[in-house]
Design a protein around this ligand. Structure first.
Ligand code: PLP
Length: 391
């Protein structure tokens, strides 16, 4: 989303000239990207897919999540996180977020049940979750962690890459993400079995194309979420841009956080300002009225400022198929109807996470952009000073 241009065009042009459009049968663009992304993630195996949603689903299948299991997800994430859990046959348990806009470790602890099999911390708006606390809880209870790093591609947490801290990480490369091939995704893991099963889920013939996947014990009827060489080519060009882009935005964010502090604003909780994506600066207010006054002043001057509560399908109250328990296209396949899941006794209501609704409606996020120059950052700083006087 941030930058796309000549390097991507040249790489795709070269691919088209070669005519080598299928990802298997040679060491092509997808192979190259998977190897390179895995290296950046500290030695993980990476499987490209067609989307972030497909990556989450294939990762869950790889982790052997299914009927009888519940999976914790935050009250604030794009609906696809919840839908991937249901697609795998399991049941999502919705957990409060805290002032970091990410899943609350305190609330995870409160909602753990014997059937809790996994947690999906989501690094929303490029803001890392409190991964130390989450991993500690998960290890203590023997629960798996799948990081949804769809909105945090290329970001880090205290020196480690997001998506490489939990047992598995999932990424989206759709148009709105830090790296994009229009649509696309990938999952990454160090666990051989998760990788093999996740790969079968990504490509029903995975074990045919990949010699290393010839493991009958890990085979089942998968589908096809196979990535294209065009995606691979674009993403290989995008790899050249990502570090510098995020570094610039982190710098801008640090400057603006200092300005906020000078004028008495309270920042959202940032878990790793030196390593995160730097894509959003956030402030928390006493009440919604003040948050709205601040956001409208920002919008009048520099545009981009929003309340997370206003972002539609990012808030659990707008996940209609989940709240209505419409978990599949056919009633017999609907996880909410399965005997294995009935014992979980999960109920949803619009007021089940009151703290999240409160926090999301009195916070404001401001989007950064790597093309912002010093003048633009000064302009945003001035807008923050002006808006702060209105609350
Ligand atoms: C947090 C989160 N998870 C999952 C997804 C799904 O990614 P995709 O749109 O590539 O399927 C998105 C996409 O917006 C997302 O923001």
């Amino acid at each position: 989303m941030y930058r796309i241009g000549e390097p991507e065009s040249k790489r795709v042009e070269k691919l088209l000239e070669s005519g080598e459009m299928f990802r298997y049968g040679k060491a092509g663009e997808c192979d190259l990207f998977e190897a390179e992304w895995g290296k950046r993630l500290g030695g993980a195996q990476v499987r490209m897919t067609t989307s972030g949603t497909a990556s989450l689903y294939c990762a869950l299948v790889g982790m052997k999540i299914g009927p009888g299991d519940s999976v914790m997800i935050p009250a604030c994430t794009y609906m696809a996180t919840a839908l991937a859990v249901v697609a795998a046959g399991a049941i999502p348990v919705i957990v409060e977020v805290d002032e970091s806009m990410t899943i609350s470790p305190e609330d995870i602890e409160k909602r753990i049940q014997p059937h809790t099999k996994a947690i999906i911390p989501v690094h929303m708006w490029g803001l890392p979750c409190n991964m130390d606390a989450i991993m500690e809880i998960a290890d203590r209870h023997g629960i798996l962690v799948l990081e949804d790093a769809c909105q945090a591609v290329g970001g880090g947490y205290e020196g480690r890459m997001l998506g490489a801290i939990g047992h598995v990480g999932a990424f989206s490369f759709n148009y709105f993400k830090n790296m994009t091939s229009g649509e696309g995704g990938a999952f990454a893991t160090r666990d051989e079995s998760v990788f093999a099963r996740g790969s079968v889920s990504t490509d029903c013939c995975s074990y045919y194309w990949n010699a290393e996947d010839h493991r009958p014990d890990e085979q089942f009827a998968g589908l096809n979420y196979r990535a294209t060489e065009v995606s691979g080519a674009i993403l290989n060009a995008q790899l050249e841009r990502i570090d510098e882009m995020l570094d610039r935005m982190r710098g801008h964010k640090r400057t603006l956080l200092k300005v906020g502090e000078e004028v008495g604003l309270r920042s959202i909780t940032n878990h790793s300002v030196d390593y995160e994506c730097g894509t959003h600066v956030g402030f928390v207010f006493e009440n919604e009225e003040k948050a709205r006054a601040f956001a409208s002043s920002m919008k009048e001057t520099v545009g981009k400022a929003f309340l997370p509560i206003d972002t539609g399908r990012h808030v659990y109250t707008r996940w209609d198929p989940i709240l209505r328990k419409q978990g599949a296209h056919h009633p017999s396949l609907n996880p909410f109807n399965l005997a294995e899941n009935k014992a979980l006794n999960i109920e949803y209501s619009e007021d089940m996470c009151p703290n999240s609704l409160d926090i999301l409606s009195r916070s404001v996020l401001i989007g950064m952009h790597p093309d912002n120059d010093r003048g633009k950052v000064d302009e945003i700083a001035e807008a923050i000073r002006t808006a702060a006087q209105k609350v």
